[in-house]
Design a protein around this ligand. Structure first.
Ligand code: AMP
Length: 398
């Protein structure tokens, strides 16, 4: 079966065409600057990237260009659209309505629309992608895979905030968590790769990228995670603050004469590693500056490593133990220094890191020493493959 995986943002769209039998990526790429001017990146398996600048006033033109590229006579990965058997869409927020992926129907779309308030920037864009695919490829089954779904197994003690309960009852203010597709994929793979007992396993997944979150997964089910009602909570991130004292918002608003949208913009776009270092939100730039003696950059990196260790420690307590700690995403997969520094706080768990293994990249690898009491591993995430697998399972009625 060929599955087209679509991740539709407000002005961009990422796609992959995956053969679900071999799990091979037949083609992938992205559309950027939708509604501004338009740029298509297309790469067929084993070939160089092609870049086409062309107007994309809406997502419809963007998706049409992707379909044209996929079926192009010379460079297409397939001959015709009849070779696309199903479409899997990433959807950011499924609220409490979706604890797993779902086949897209009119009722399902209406239920997703009810969650739009919870992710006003993301869900409407995801829905546009779905509607355009329905229009351009009528009859092809489509599935929605939610960022929040994996975390729906959290118990009330993990998802309730210390706020008036009415906010939860009336407006569904609670912890939802994000990156669920990645946490689900990586925690399952960890159990398999590390030979843990699926029925009796305690895994902590550290998804560290531009956005970062950590989750505690017991027997395959999420019991806690760091992101909250929105992806702003938890760890310090590229430009997002993560946890702060909420009173800071009022204090700074008064001092700087700012309104709430301006404060939220700072917390989402001007804080985090970028805000703290004044250098960059990108870990590679930050480490280069830190190595060059920039103290602000050094502190930003230290804050991240320290926070990782504090959340991991909290989740060891939440699960009363841990079998494995797994790192994934851009920083988690590539940055041995961050992994080593974060783990240096965890000596009390009997963790020791094997420096040679910690230097490897691009593969599933155990980075703890043979005598380490807790296994530490790196497992590259693959959200597109996870979306493809869920799509196939639902479409084939498994
Ligand atoms: P993601 O959001 O998962 O794409 O991750 C993006 C983050 O990963 C950025 O902060 C990058 O700087 C970081 N990253 C990517 N490659 C490396 C690397 N080789 N070393 C350190 N950080 C990296």
């Amino acid at each position: 079966m060929n599955v087209l995986v679509i991740n539709c943002g407000s002005s961009s769209l990422k796609y992959q065409l995956i053969n679900s039998d071999s799990e091979e990526v037949l083609a992938k790429g992205l559309c950027e600057r939708i509604g501004i001017d338009g740029r298509l990146v297309y790469q067929k398996e084993g070939c160089d990237k092609e870049i086409t600048e062309a107007p994309m006033p809406t997502h419809k033109e963007a998706i049409q260009m992707v379909l044209d590229a996929l079926t192009n006579d010379k460079t297409g990965a397939i001959k015709s659209l009849s070779e696309v058997d199903a479409i899997g869409h990433r959807i950011v927020h499924g609220g409490e309505k979706f604890a797993k992926s779902a086949i897209i129907t009119d009722e399902m779309i209406a239920a997703v629309e009810e969650c739009n308030d919870l992710a006003p920037l993301h869900n409407p864009a995801n829905l546009i992608g779905i509607r355009v695919c329905q229009e351009l490829m009528p009859g092809v089954p489509q599935v929605g895979v939610f960022d929040t779904a994996f975390h729906q197994t959290m118990p009330p003690k993990a998802y309730l905030y210390g706020l008036p309960l009415d906010y939860y009852k009336k407006y569904k203010v609670r912890r939802y968590g994000f990156h669920g597709t990645s946490h689900s994929y990586v925690s399952k793979r960890a159990v398999e790769f590390l030979g843990l007992n699926p029925e009796d396993s305690k895994v902590i997944v550290c998804h560290l990228g531009n956005g970062s979150s950590i989750s505690a997964v017991r027997n395959g089910k999420c019991v806690d995670t760091t992101m909250g009602l929105t992806p702003l909570e938890g760890l310090i991130m590229g430009t997002r603050s993560g946890n702060i004292d909420p009173a800071i918002m009022e204090y700074v608003a008064k001092k700087e004469n700012m309104d709430l949208p301006a404060i939220m913009n700072v917390l989402n776009k001007k804080s985090g590693l970028q805000g703290l270092s004044g250098v960059s939100s990108d870990m590679r730039d930050l480490e280069a500056a830190a190595d060059g003696g920039n103290e602000d950059a050094q502190h930003a990196v230290e804050v991240l490593c320290y926070e990782i260790a504090k959340f991991v420690g909290g989740y060891v307590a939440a699960m009363n133990g841990v079998d494995a700690i797994v790192f994934t995403a851009g920083i988690g997969e590539n940055d041995g220094r961050v992994r080593k520094t974060a783990c240096s706080y965890l000596g009390y768990l009997g963790i020791t890191i094997d420096d040679e293994a910690n230097g490897k990249r691009g593969e599933d690898v155990v980075i703890s020493t043979a005598d380490s009491k807790v296994k530490v591993a790196v497992i590259p995430t693959n959200e597109e493959l996870a979306i493809c697998r869920d799509t196939v399972a639902l479409v084939s009625g498994k």
